[in-house]
Design a binder for this molecule. Structure first.
Ligand code: ZN
Length: 340
């Protein structure tokens, strides 16, 4: 039934047994990081429950499957809190629909990123969750379950979703048609999220990012003049861009440190750039690399806290060039950096 879903073996095994044995709970909360299969599993489960074939897997071709795929199955409803909040009007509409008997055995109500329910909507939804007027299965997903009202969480059976392993993501990307080096590289970078890996593999980000990170690191490690340093800081771009580029730089410096200290190829993210990593790792000592990584992490924290972008980029470049110490030093105090 759920063979097409990558990873999440515990959750899949649970649902296979629960469906086979007719022991499904009436409300579930799928919680875990974004992009690890919560929605895919919820949809696959719902389709299995509506399919006319009535087997362990949905057939994909029967009239109800086709209705489901087209998004027009009358029992299937989605509230989506991913992009904007879910208001009371949407919950009322759901409640109206649940008054009627389902077309099949039960209504299927999916709530994506349920923390998007407004307080008022969550309150109304709670009543439906407790006493649906007709047979219904609710599946809520959330990547930030701590933001859900405890009253809603307590009515649901919680199913944890884990970050995917690099191998799982690689095989998922290959199934999607990504071939060659790109799948394993994107898998390493994606932090356990197949969704993020697919974005990376599709070149959603800068395709030359590795080259740019390598170039920047090389400039800092081999000595850089002040004028060039400020030019580099400007090149880092605006806030969103700086965040992405510092993420790449962080991965690059981590690789330099890992290679220098452990010499372990299998630990590297930028494993396809081994030669550059080798050369650059010889240019710095371990403690300097550790300080550089700390500087990049600090800069990212400040950027996320909305500090002045230009200033953050400049301080970062100074620290990477070894021209400024950590935040306690004179430069930082003079610019008000440490007060942020
Ligand atoms: Zn079917």
């Amino acid at each position: 039934m759920l063979d097409g879903i990558i990873g999440q073996e515990l959750a899949k095994r649970y649902f296979q047994r629960a469906v086979d044995g007719g022991r499904l709970a009436h409300a579930y909360l799928f919680h875990g990081p974004a992009g690890v299969g919560k929605k895919s599993l919820a949809r696959a489960l719902a389709q299995t429950l509506v399919c006319n074939a009535g087997g362990k897997a949905f057939c994909g071709v029967c009239p109800t499957c086709r209705m489901f795929i087209a998004g027009s199955h009358p029992d299937f409803r989605v509230l989506d809190g991913a992009r904007k909040s879910i208001g009371i009007a949407e919950v009322r509409e759901l409640q109206q629909a649940l008054v009627y008997r389902p077309y099949g055995t039960r209504h299927l109500c999916l709530v994506w990123e349920a923390e998007g329910l407004t307080a008022e909507a969550a309150n109304a939804f709670l009543k439906t969750l407790e006493e649906p007027p007709a047979p219904a299965l609710f599946i809520l997903t959330s990547s930030r379950p701590a933001r859900l009202p405890p009253t809603v969480v307590s009515r649901c059976l919680r199913i944890p979703f884990r970050p995917l392993t690099t191998d799982e993501i690689t095989s998922g990307l290959e199934t999607m048609g990504f071939k060659g080096d790109v799948a394993p590289l994107a898998a390493r970078l994606a932090g356990g999220s197949l969704g993020r890996a697919a974005e990376l593999a599709a070149g959603g980000d800068d395709p030359d990012w590795q080259e740019k990170a390598a170039h920047l690191a090389h400039a800092f490690l081999s000595g850089i003049g002040t004028a060039e340093l400020f030019a580099r800081a400007r090149e880092l771009g605006e806030r969103a861009e700086v965040l992405t580029r510092t993420e790449h730089l962080l991965l690059w410096y981590r690789d330099l440190l890992l290679w220098r200290e452990a010499g372990a190829e299998e630990l590297l993210t930028n494993v396809n750039r081994l030669e550059q990593i080798r050369v650059q790792a010889r240019l710095a000592d371990g403690p300097a690399l550790v300080r550089s990584i700390g500087a990049i992490e600090d800069a990212r924290k400040k950027l996320l806290a909305n500090v002045n972008v230009r200033l953050a980029a400049e301080v970062l470049c100074l620290r990477l060039a070894g021209l400024a110490e950590e935040e306690q030093d004179g430069y930082d105090r003079a610019t008000g950096w440490s007060s942020v």
